[in-house]
Design a protein around this ligand. Sequence first.
Ligand code: C2E
Ligand code: CA
Ligand code: CA
Ligand code: CA
Length: 285
Amino acid sequence: SLLLQPNQREGKEKNIYQGTTSEQPTVADLRKAIESRAISVVYQPKIFCKTGTLAGFEALARWCLDGKPIPPDRFIPLAEESGLIDDLTRLIIEQALKWLAAVSEEGESNLFAGIGQAHLSINISARTLTNAPLFQWVVSLCDELAIDHHRLIFELTESSAMGDTVTALDTLTRLRMQGFKLSIDDFGTGFSSMVQLVRLPFSEIKVDKSFVMDIGASAESRAVTRSIVDLGSSLGLLSTAEGVEDQDTLDYLKTLGCDLAQGYFISRPLKDNDVVDWYRQREGE
Ligand code: C2E
Ligand code: CA
Ligand code: CA
Ligand code: CA
């Protein structure tokens, strides 16, 4: 089985937020933040393992309350529980698509050609899949900004793909038919069976960072990572490893034939204005 105990493996990530507030933001705080558009987006690059060239970016939500960053692992569940998640998702998508359109235009001047081709991954919560109007809105926003559907990847966790209400399945199928791509996030930590992967039209499988970050230390994590990459390739999916923190891990992924890599070793999530600088520096090396 690919399923190991995820909660025992999440320990390392917690460190990022050491020193941040331990106060729990309220629903009212969150609603205010969404209404005043105080939640922003950062972009984490993904590269092709084989060539090291840019493949795309994952959009990640950021919120500072009274100057202190609140981790997404805290405010995303709050948004889900309080029914604010769809408003938050719209806010993220709007910022991210406008950014992608702007940066792609710069790319057309040929200086940053790679960015002009890059894909953009957006995290989608399970319950948003039942909101068909939201995805119609995404389609019109893409039209307005002249963004090809195939450049967008919607990332879903195993559990969200599992809640196979008729509407959710319908939304996923429709998105795929409209040319959007679907990715299964955090693979190996949920409780879905492989059946979901075959049944739903996914393009990408993401190996959860809890395994990837452990590659150097644990034969078990190496085995799980290898199995997921192999599963992806036999199903014709791109495999992505997230949480790549060092060169050895990247080298190991390369030997496995893993397609894409994402992690602090490649880049931290970047503010919109810092992406072009990061790209220029990387290409210059
Ligand atoms: P995720 O979708 O699995 O995103 C990857 C997380 O791993 C991000 O955490 C990213 O900053 C972190 N990460 C990337 N590379 C490394 C690395 O090398 N080492 C370590 N330790 N961590 C790495 P982040 O930004 O804190 O987000 C946490 C989770 O919150 C995300 O996990 C996702 O489930 C959720 N999230 C973030 N933004 C959004 C959003 O806009 N919408 C929804 N629905 N969920 C979001
Ligand atoms: Ca994700
Ligand atoms: Ca993930
Ligand atoms: Ca995660």
